[in-house]
Design a protein around this ligand. Structure first.
Ligand SMILES: [Zn+2]
Length: 663
């Protein structure tokens, strides 16, 4: 089956590759407008594309899915064309080295790649796009093949009161009494999957990088207090990556926009990163779940992916491996070496789990998992840098980017530049780390042990725990005494280890004032010894929503006589943007029989209300789960669950389908 797939891919690639030999699309100018901003909304446009013919041909095409066309004209004269529902084919006797302009009006009702959020239920009204994996050609005639890079200048008409955000620089905003026309300009070309458009209600703050690039950060007007923790370190990481990569940021400005019910964590559209609004956090949430890594990852893609783009999925690690690696370097600059090595350790463990399950593949296999592309890709770059040294590595990366900027790349293009910069023959390295399926766990761990005292100590202490001839109590005490850093300490209270730890050490952990150590205890000590009750109760005061959620649940379960006290203490806490604490609190109230609250009806109404499409899918998922657990999903909730099975986010719709099936 694998082979058949590869052969199919190869044929399709050949067909696509053919058009790039005949024509080079240069520039698209379009004015987008919306008919009704509703679920099956239509987008319609005037459209102009300029192109050069490279080789004589009788036709050219644009990808355009399910669209209608009017007034199709080549060089201002109407022209013969065919619309087969997937492509717009233009017939003409095209001669080599000639330039042309094609114009038309088009109408699209995109089912994918452009999403209309909230217009039918009067909540947060947004339009946003996602071109990777979905094809921009669902809403904009373009070229699905990544190998033809085009300069896109998008304009958009939107009702007053809405912000429009698209690639490049906003050059003008023309106002009428009802609408505004927003015009954007790009100076350089990009692949079609990186085109982006967002329409929504936003405020923004602008800061400038060291070199003067405007960094525009958007947020919902009601989230002004969350602005700082959400965008913390943005400028610092931007300046760091420019310095580290050695090539100036390639675009006119950099925008970041949160959207509701996004498909992924973030998407690196050229100069316009879109990210899930669940990453909009307050300063308590920041401790456990923040935007920093996604922020750095999408920013790194502006070079690795947007400036140089893979020719095909075979070289996908050139985008995801690089973005993950450089994000980690940006975080290392902020959080330090220990953080960096711990993340590498976690990646190594995830790769080991995949390997044990038989999932290891070559990094150059286009069907590899995300774990392989992102995390093995990161490890390959880490090991390569150790092998050739900092200077040669950085020089190689810089030359690779400069040589291929605004073009497409393959793995060899990168390797050649590192070989040139270092004078090291990398053929053996390429074979073992890139081509081979085998995952070299031991090599990763020995690199970590050499570089990180903390990690090598953890391995030594683990060995002692397992094989020491002393009593378990003695060994655990020794572990605690010798452990440095909260990660190693927290490791002692992990799910696998906590059962061997005696109460006096757990008490030391609870008294340690270390947020992450205390969190590990809250999450993993589910049966609370009564001698530790008061120490455990203090977890409800921690500035961590993960800790509070776990502690509230465990206390509620272990000490029924004090339920009222625990619920009173946590009644004003919402938690993360998915309301993890609030939804738990509501559910616990509903099943606390001795809890005499006259508001029980309101509590039930609030939890049920969270299942409605007005809320982000993360909140809805929590509400569905709790209502299902306490068997209180009423007709309104069931209706919302049915509706959720058709949600555009496949993880959420899958969740809803499975929940229905399980009942
Ligand atoms: Zn990525």
């Amino acid at each position: 089956m694998n082979r058949i797939f590869l052969i199919l891919c190869f044929c399709v690639n050949l067909l696509i590759a053919q058009q790039t030999k005949f024509v080079d699309f240069k520039k698209i100018e379009t004015v987008l407008a919306f008919n009704q901003m509703k679920v099956d909304s239509t987008v319609f446009n005037s459209y102009e594309i300029k192109f050069d013919i490279l080789k004589q041909t009788d036709s050219i095409y644009l990808d355009a899915i399910g669209m209608k066309f009017l007034n199709v004209a080549l060089n201002e004269v109407s022209v013969k064309y065919k619309n087969d529902g997937k492509k717009l084919v233009i017939y003409n006797d095209f001669k080599a080295s000639a330039s042309h302009t094609l114009n038309f009006l088009f109408f699209a009702s995109p089912k994918k790649a452009m999403y209309f959020i909230g217009w039918d239920n009067d909540s947060r009204n947004q339009i946003w796009t996602q071109g990777q994996g979905k094809n921009t050609s669902h809403w904009l005639p373009s070229i699905d093949d990544m190998n033809d890079k085009i300069e896109f200048d998008i304009s958009c008409v939107a009702p007053k009161g809405y912000q429009v955000i698209s690639n490049g620089k906003m050059v003008s905003k023309r106002e009428t009494s009802i609408h505004n026309l927003w015009e954007f300009d790009m100076e350089n070309p990009m692949s079609s999957y990186l085109v982006a458009l967002v329409v929504g209600n936003y405020d923004k703050k602008v800061t400038f990088s060291k070199r003067g690039i405007p960094l525009e950060m958007y947020y919902y007007p009601e989230d002004s207090l969350k602005f700082e923790p959400t965008y913390r370190y943005s400028k610092r990481m931007f300046d760091f990556l420019e310095e580290e990569i050695g090539v100036p940021y390639p675009w006119q400005n950099y925008k970041q926009v949160p959207v509701k019910d996004f498909l992924y964590a973030g998407m690196e559209n050229t100069s316009t990163t879109i990210f899930a609004d669940s990453f909009v956090t307050d300063s308590i949430a920041f401790v456990d779940k923040n935007y920093v890594n996604v922020n750095a990852h999408e920013l790194a893609h502006q070079w690795f992916g947007d400036l140089v783009t893979e020719t095909s999925g075979t070289h996908h690690w050139l985008q995801e491996g690089f973005a993950t690696y450089y994000a980690l370097l940006a975080e290392r600059d902020i959080f330090g070496d220990d953080y960096y090595y711990w993340r590498l350790y976690e990646y190594a463990q995830e790769l080991l789990e995949q390997d044990k399950a038989g999932g290891s593949t070559s990094l150059l296999n286009p069907k590899s998992s995300s774990t392989t592309f992102y995390k093995k890709g990161t490890w390959v770059l880490h090991i390569l840098r150790e092998k050739v040294g900092d200077g040669a590595f950085k020089k190689g990366v810089k030359n690779y980017l400069l040589k291929h900027q605004f073009k497409n790349v393959e793995t060899e293009n990168f390797i050649i530049e590192v070989e040139k910069a270092s004078g090291v023959d990398l053929s053996e390295f390429v074979k073992t780390w890139l081509e081979d399926e085998k995952y070299l766990y031991e090599d990763c761990i020995s690199s970590l042990k050499q570089n990180s005292k903390e990690i090598s100590r953890m391995f030594a202490l683990d060995q002692e725990l397992m094989f020491s001839s002393h009593s378990l109590e003695y060994s655990v005490d020794r572990y605690w005494g010798k452990a440095i850093g909260s990660k190693v300490k927290a490791h002692l209270f992990s799910r696998d280890e906590i059962n061997i730890v005696h109460d006096s050490i757990i008490r030391k952990g609870l008294n340690s004032n270390d947020l992450k150590v205390r969190q590990a205890i809250a999450q993993n000590l589910t049966k609370i010894p009564s001698e530790l009750k008061s120490e455990y109760e203090s977890l409800l005061n921690d500035k961590s929503y993960i800790t509070i959620e776990a502690a509230l649940f465990n206390l509620w379960k272990n000490f029924p006589q004090d339920r009222q006290k625990y619920l009173d203490k946590t009644k004003n806490i919402q938690g993360f943007s998915d309301k993890n604490v609030r939804t738990l609190w509501l559910a616990l109230n509903l099943v606390s029989p001795d809890f005499e609250d006259k508001n029980i009806r309101n509590i039930y109404k609030e939890l049920t209300d969270y299942t409605s499409p007005k809320y982000g899918f993360e909140i809805r998922q929590n509400a569905f789960q709790y209502l299902n657990q306490i068997q209180a999903c009423n007709d309104g909730c069931k209706e919302n669950l049915k509706q959720a099975t058709k949600h555009h986010n496949w993880r959420f719709s899958k969740f809803a389908k499975e929940l229905i099936k399980a009942n």
